[in-house]
Design a protein around this ligand. Structure first.
Ligand SMILES: [Zn+2]
Length: 74
């Protein structure tokens, strides 16, 4: 009985955290942005993705795909 309750509380907490992030992102004006290069284990061969992320709330505002041309990168 108590275990089920603990699980429920954890679930509610997680949902609450998500909600807070959503509200923060909704209220944020995204004035300060930074560019983040995709840090993936599965590196793309043909190029890379750069994300424009808000410094304040962490929301991804835009993503830019850079494609390598020719044989410059391997
Ligand atoms: Zn923001």
């Amino acid at each position: 009985m108590e275990k089920a309750l603990k699980k429920l509380i954890t679930k509610i907490r997680k949902a609450f955290k998500k909600l807070i992030i959503t509200i923060r992102q909704a209220l944020c004006k995204h004035k300060e942005t930074e560019k983040v290069v995709e840090n993936s284990v599965f590196k793309r061969i043909s190029g890379e993705t750069v994300y424009v992320r808000c410094k304040k709330c962490g929301k991804i505002l835009d993503s830019i795909n850079y494609e390598y041309e020719g044989l410059g990168y391997k």
